[in-house]
Ligand binder design. Structure first.
Ligand SMILES: [Zn+2]
Length: 338
């Protein structure tokens, strides 16, 4: 038998607190997820070990959700990617409970950590509001969490996140492969497979902004029209100054590497001022749909290794990560020899 059910997710609790503090929710005129719940998902931290032990090893899905604390322009909270990951996770859980009712879904508490802020593209490695961790640290946290779950015999572990940095994605792909390889488990980095087929869906942006937006405002992405929209949809923490921000046009992905040569970068690109909650809803729904497709393939035991994954190649690990590790090691050994 399965233990008692829990009906509030972390995000809905946060929203209740935020709504109480603000006195009111925003009036976006669309069906918002702010009071939504993940019905009958189990929250790992609320269970006793005896209750966890009662779960069916083959018919439980553990969901590991990661975020990142990262500057998101002057208008979005630094937890933006965490909120998006939670929004996608909650939608995915609802779909899985309909399509795969024979499984219990267990939500591991959100780990709000990630690698590589977008500020690195501007060569601003210590940007205020970005608290990123090294790629190897992130990978090892995911490995240790996944291994602890798999060591108890649980077969299905899904990783959800919402951050595009290549090494951030590699960390989770390697963690998933390691745990799957070393244990008789199926740990899947769902989000990097979703990203392998594309990030924010340009066709949906076109439906909302009309054709030709790429020429006008460039690629969307970090804190721009798409991400400001998803934030407007998911919570109440968007600063209204987004409506006054000037566009910062990056014409294509290769041009991201030249952001550091330009003046006036404020931590976003494309045009936040055109954001709407309605666009955000459609973009989150699209991520949910694509995540559910991959999750269903994983549960069916399909081979996912032929699917495109982000990134397609292992990027170089920055020198500063190795330097930090060497600094820690040297400090520890000098301290011990004192
Ligand atoms: Zn983001």
């Amino acid at each position: 038998m399965v233990p008692s059910r829990i009906y509030l997710t972390w995000s809905s609790v946060a929203m209740l607190i935020a709504t109480a503090a603000c006195g009111q929710a925003t009036d976006t005129g669309i069906d918002e997820p702010k009071d939504s719940t993940v019905s009958s998902a189990l929250m790992l931290e609320q269970l006793t070990y005896a209750q966890i032990d009662q779960l069916d090893r083959d018919h439980s899905i553990f969901i590991l959700t990661f975020g990142i604390l990262e500057e998101h322009g002057p208008h979005l909270p630094i937890g933006s990617d965490t909120y998006q990951a939670e929004g996608v996770r909650d939608g995915l859980v609802q779909k899985l409970q309909k399509s795969h009712p024979e499984y219990d879904v267990v939500l591991v508490p959100v780990i709000p950590l990630g690698e590589g802020g977008a500020n690195n593209l501007a060569h601003e490695y210590t940007h205020i509001g970005t608290y990123s961790i090294r790629y190897s640290t992130l990978r090892d946290v995911a490995i240790d969490m996944g291994a602890a779950i798999a060591a108890n015999g649980f077969k299905h572990i899904f990783l959800i996140h919402s951050h595009g940095s290549p090494l951030h994605n590699i960390a989770f792909s390697e963690a998933a492969e390691f745990v799957s390889d070393r244990f008789d488990a199926n740990m899947v980095n769902i989000t990097s497979l979703v990203f392998g087929a594309g990030f924010y869906n340009d066709d949906i942006v076109t439906e909302h902004l009309g054709p030709g937006w790429q020429e006008e405002i460039g690629i969307t992405g970090h804190s721009g029209v798409a991400e400001t929209s998803t934030n407007l949809y998911l919570h109440d923490f968007v600063d209204p100054i987004y409506k006054e921000l000037e566009p910062f046009v990056v014409p294509d992905f290769p041009s991201l590497s030249q952001i550091h040569e330009r003046d006036g970068w404020q931590g976003y690109w494309s045009d936040p001022s055109q954001a709407t909650a309605a666009l955000g809803k459609d973009l989150i729904d699209d991520f949910v749909e694509r995540s559910h497709r991959i999750a269903s393939m994983a549960l069916a035991g399909e081979d996912l290794s032929m699917l495109p994954v982000h990134p397609s190649e292992h990027p170089e690990v920055p020198e500063r990560y190795m330097a930090r590790q060497a600094e820690i090691d040297a400090w520890l050994s000098s301290r011990r020899s004192e």
